[in-house]
Design a binder for this molecule. Structure first.
Ligand code: 6GU
Length: 247
């Protein structure tokens, strides 16, 4: 999978994605990522990419021209690469995601959908946002990472790349993918323990040392339910709805 992040701060993206598991996945070739500097596409002689908004409310907006030309250049590259790989076979449309607090809230299900794509273009806004006219022309999905406001789309884009990448085959090792069930079943994960067996007078729950897998699974589900009910009553209610045997 190839992520194309369009931004005014490309170093932030490459620094953020280059370490740890994603860095390793890029070296292995499971995922690829490029950060494209929108400023490189401005036709303004002072390299300017923003201007004041029309109407009341002072604020700067990213202008349509550099954003549009940047997106078109990235899409042309993708098309070119796909032609070289698959010849004249019809090409799937490329999804262009605008990361914005005015979007649908990103969740695990969305991550799974995006993980099926061959390329994903992520457009990061700054200042007060981007001129609406260019968004209308190029954006296929509007996505937020939650109900709070950040200074720019770079951190949200990295959050999305991380959540999507770990679903791409080969990115995680076996022992890392064990963590996948959290949310996979719509519940929070049960508590986990490692050595020592007693720490500050606290014991590891004895059932986990019993060797009885059936019993352990039962305990884990109960703990998941208890934790979800307490911390995420919204998820708990949804889970109960879906597992209601009386329906
Ligand atoms: Cl995608 N962008 C910005 N700037 N702030 C956010 C966000 C995105 N998602 C939540 N807050």
């Amino acid at each position: 999978m190839f992520f194309h992040v369009l931004t005014l701060f490309p170093e932030m993206i490459m620094d953020g994605l280059g370490t740890s598991i994603l860095g390793r996945a890029m070296q292995k070739g499971c995922i690829q990522a490029e950060a494209v500097n929108i400023r490189d596409y401005t036709t303004n002689k002072h390299q300017k990419v923003d201007d004041y908004t029309y109407g009341p409310g002072a604020g700067m907006l990213m202008q349509a021209q550099p954003v549009y030309d940047c997106v078109q250049a990235v899409l042309a590259n993708i098309k070119q690469r796909r032609m070289e790989q698959a010849g004249d076979a019809p090409q799937k449309r490329v999804r262009v995601v605008y990361v914005t607090p005015q979007g649908a809230v990103f969740d695990q299900k969305m991550a799974q959908e995006f993980a099926k794509e061959e390329d994903l273009v992520l457009l990061c806004g700054h200042y007060e946002g981007i001129d609406e006219r260019v968004l209308e022309e190029v954006v296929t999905d509007y996505v937020s990472i939650g109900d709070y406001v950040l200074t720019g789309g770079e951190l949200p884009a990295m959050v999305m790349v991380d959540a999507i990448s770990r679903l791409v085959p080969g990115v995680l090792n076996n022992d890392e993918s064990a963590v996948t069930d959290s949310f996979g079943n719509g519940l929070l994960e049960h508590p986990q323990y490692s050595r020592p067996q007693v720490w500050r007078d606290k014991e590891v729950p004895p059932v986990l040392l019993s060797g009885n897998h059936k019993l352990i699974e039962k305990w884990q589900l109960e703990e998941s339910l208890k934790r979800t009910k307490e911390r995420r009553p919204d998820l708990y209610e949804r889970w109960k709805e879906e597992h209601d045997s009386s329906k």
